[in-house]
Design a protein around this ligand. Structure first.
Ligand SMILES: Cc1cc2nc3c(=O)[nH]c(=O)nc-3n(C[C@H](O)[C@H](O)[C@H](O)COP(=O)(O)OP(=O)(O)OC[C@H]3O[C@@H](n4cnc5c(N)ncnc54)[C@H](O)[C@@H]3O)c2cc1C
Length: 383
């Protein structure tokens, strides 16, 4: 590690991306502070699916086992019609690109990442308004889709609403899930419902409904219960079990793919600050974890800060742009509202062999972390 890649780093934002970045840097021996505006750490609520690439990043960060011990291993994905008929079924049995997924509480992942950091790394209640005034050799923007660090880079990209809203909740698993250890998504017309077992007897549910940005709904939970009442079991029972007041609403926005530079000067971006995307691939948090690992590796191996940040951007930009575009395509397909297009989509899904579906997700899931450089000093050597 050269002198100017060894100085103090400030990470703005203590979400999954910020905590992972701090952990990766700390493990490489760098002094790092995380400034989080919230009064407590919060991964955004409800559940999360972690793909094999995300799991490899967690392994590189040394927290895969801790995460896995709190997660449910999902060995199958199924896409259904609202009457319960399966349109596509993929066994995640390790063949081809098909490693198992993990279903986790977001809060659990955040807790695991935070617990692995040195005490005092995260400074809560610290909102960064003046990025240029932050004292550090490197400032990493991990501050989400409305990033102030990205704004300080003078980047003119704005979040775009994608035409649908997602409601999410955690439900105690009292309902019989037809298929345990399975992620089930049910696709209707402009409506979608997801069911993901997560650990500790909880099921994560989400409903995606075509809607304008900010469209008012008098009673979200009652509306969802009405909307999905005729859908296959156990979806109505799962909605009936949602505790009022726990439902989270999210109008889906992304950043235009490929338009945000990942660094400028001594500023760099990770996670949603750099590449917020639609949630259809279940990859946003996974890519934030990858960013953390790659950025720390680049800083540990490049001869200068400029070279490290350029290398980081080269390694990440094509991948995150491609997956953001792919997520948009899946979103258009999954949220189709026109009956004829929906019928065609469903026929296509029925006719698609599982091997093809596995290969389609392979671009995202087969990613491998960079191999630590033999010449990079160990954390002990640096400390
Ligand atoms: C409905 C939905 C479902 C999803 N499902 C999945 C999934 O299954 N799998 C997956 O991998 N991804 C999923 N994602 C994507 C994932 O949630 C995000 O990509 C991930 O949480 C991004 O993490 P982040 O740390 O980059 O940003 P954020 O989670 O937005 O964190 C940013 C942090 O920065 C803080 N902050 C902001 N501004 C400032 C400031 N000025 N000063 C100090 N702190 C600040 C915020 O308080 C926050 O804590 C989903 C997203 C949505 C919307």
């Amino acid at each position: 590690m050269s002198a100017d890649t060894r100085g103090p780093v400030v990470v703005v934002g203590g979400g999954i991306g910020g905590l992972a970045t701090a952990l990766a840097l700390q493990r490489a021996g760098r002094p790092v502070r995380v400034l989080e505006r919230g009064a407590r750490l919060d991964g955004g609520g409800a559940g999360l699916v972690l793909s094999p690439n995300a799991q490899r990043s967690l392994r590189a960060l040394g927290v895969e086992e801790a995460t896995r011990s709190r997660a449910t291993v999902l060995t199958r994905t199924v896409v259904c019609q609202p009457d319960g008929r399966a349109l596509a079924r993929v066994d995640l049995d390790g063949r081809g690109a098909s490693g198992a997924l993990l279903g986790v509480h977001r809060a659990d992942l955040v807790e695991v990442l935070a617990a692995a950091l040195d005490p005092g790394t995260v400074e809560l209640g610290h909102e960064v308004a003046d990025v240029m005034g932050v004292e550090a050799d490197l400032v990493v923007g991990a501050d989400g889709i409305r990033s102030v660090v990205r704004a300080a880079m003078d980047v003119d990209v704005r979040p775009t609403h994608r035409g649908y809203t997602v409601w999410r909740a955690l439900v105690p698993s009292g309902q019989d899930l037809a298929e345990p250890a399975t992620l089930v998504e049910t696709w209707g017309r402009g409506e979608r419902f997801g069911v993901v077992p997560v650990a500790d007897g909880w099921t994560y549910v989400y409903a995606c409904v075509n809607a304008d940005e900010g469209e008012p709904v008098a009673d979200d939970l009652a509306d969802l219960r009405r909307r999905f009442a005729g859908w296959h079991a156990p979806l109505p029972a799962l909605l009936a079990a949602v505790e009022p007041g726990t439902l989270l609403r999210h109008d889906i926005r992304d950043l235009p793919p490929g338009r945000t530079p990942l660094h400028r000067g001594r500023l760099a971006l990770v996670g949603d600050a750099a590449h917020a995307m639609e949630p259809n691939l279940g990859q946003g948090a996974g890519l934030a974890l990858e960013d953390a690992v790659v950025l720390a590796h680049a800083l540990a191996t490049a001869p200068s800060l400029d070279a490290a940040l350029a290398g980081y951007a080269r390694a990440r930009a094509p991948r995150v742009a491609a997956l953001a575009r792919q997520s948009r395509r899946v979103g258009r397909l999954a949220q189709h509202g026109h009956p004829a297009l929906v019928a065609l989509r469903d026929l296509t899904l029925l006719a698609t062999p599982p091997g093809l579906a596995r290969r389609a997700s392979g671009r995202a899931t087969t990613w491998q972390p960079p191999i630590p450089s033999a010449t990079a000093p160990s954390p002990q050597e640096i400390r």
